[in-house]
Ligand binder design. Structure first.
Ligand code: ADP
Ligand code: MG
Length: 196
C-alpha cells in the first residue's frame, strides 16, 4: 500500500482573484513543513518572469516552465507537493497527469482560470474540478461597481482565446457588469459606423 496519500486541490476564479497568491501561500506552508515542493507553469506564460510564478501583488516563487503537462511525471518524481499555475493553458492531458501524481501519493495543487474572456469553461479546468478532492473558488473585486467579481472582461478587441495580459487587457467584473460590457461590445461596431 502507498504510505503517502495523494489528492488534488483546485484554486480557481477570474483574473486578479488571488489564485496565484493562494497557490504561493499553500506551497510556502508545505515548505515550512519541510516537504519537497515543485511548481510548474505552461512555458507560454512568460509574464513578468520566465522562471518565477508571480502574483499581481508581486509575491513570487521559483517555478519550472514546461511545454506539455506530461513532463511533470518525470520532473516531480521525488516531490511531496506539486503546484501548477495558469493550468487553463495546458491541454486536457493535464487531468490524467494530475490524477496519476495524486495516485502516486503526491499532493497536487492546481491554480487556473475557470472561465475564459467569453465566460465559458476554460480548457482542462472543469474536468480538474470534477476529479479534485478540494475546490476553492476565489473572487476578485469588480472594477465597475465594487461587488464580488467572477468574470475576466477583455478590454481589447482580440478574439484569440489566449491573450496574455494584465490590467491593460482585462478587468475583473461581476456578472451584471460583465454582461453590460459584452452588450456594449456587440453594439459598438454599429454605433461606430453610425458616426461616419
Ligand atoms: P490571479 O492569480 O487570480 O490573477 P493574483 O494572486 O496574481 O491573482 O493577484 C491578486 C492581487 O491582485 C490582489 O491581492 C490585489 O493586490 C491585486 N488586484 C488587482 N486588481 C484587483 C481586483 N480587481 N480585485 C482584486 N484584487 C486585485
Ligand atoms: Mg495568477
Amino acid at each position: 500500500m502507498n504510505a503517502r496519500r495523494g489528492w488534488i486541490e483546485v484554486v480557481c476564479g477570474s483574473m486578479f482573484s488571488g489564485k496565484t497568491e493562494e497557490l504561493i501561500r499553500r506551497l510556502n506552508r508545505a515548505k515550512i513543513a519541510r516537504q519537497r515542493v515543485e511548481i510548474f507553469k505552461p512555458a507560454l506564460d512568460t509574464r513578468y518572469h520566465a522562471l518565477d510564478v508571480v502574483s499581481h501583488n508581486a509575491n513570487s516563487i521559483r517555478s519550472t516552465p514546461i511545454p506539455i503537462a506530461q513532463e511533470m511525471l518525470l520532473l516531480a518524481g521525488a516531490c511531496d507537493v506539486v503546484g501548477v499555475d495558469e493550468a487553463q493553458f495546458f491541454d486536457e492531458s493535464l487531468i490524467d497527469v494530475c490524477v496519476q501524481l495524486a495516485n502516486r501519493g503526491t499532493r497536487v495543487i492546481v491554480a487556473g482560470l475557470d472561465m475564459d474572456f467569453l465566460g465559458k469553461p476554460f480548457g482542462p479546468m472543469p474536468a480538474l474540478m470534477a476529479v479534485a478532492e478540494y475546490v476553492t473558488k476565489v473572487h476578485a473585486v469588480c472594477v465597475c461597481c465594487g461587488e464580488i467579481a467572477s468574470y475576466s472582461f477583455r478590454i481589447t478587441a482580440s478574439e484569440s482565446k489566449i491573450l496574455l495580459g494584465e490590467t491593460d487587457s482585462y478587468e475583473a467584473r461581476c456578472r451584471p457588469c460583465f454582461l453590460d460590457g459584452m452588450r456594449e461590445k456587440t453594439t459598438e461596431p454599429l454605433s461606430a459606423a453610425a458616426k461616419h
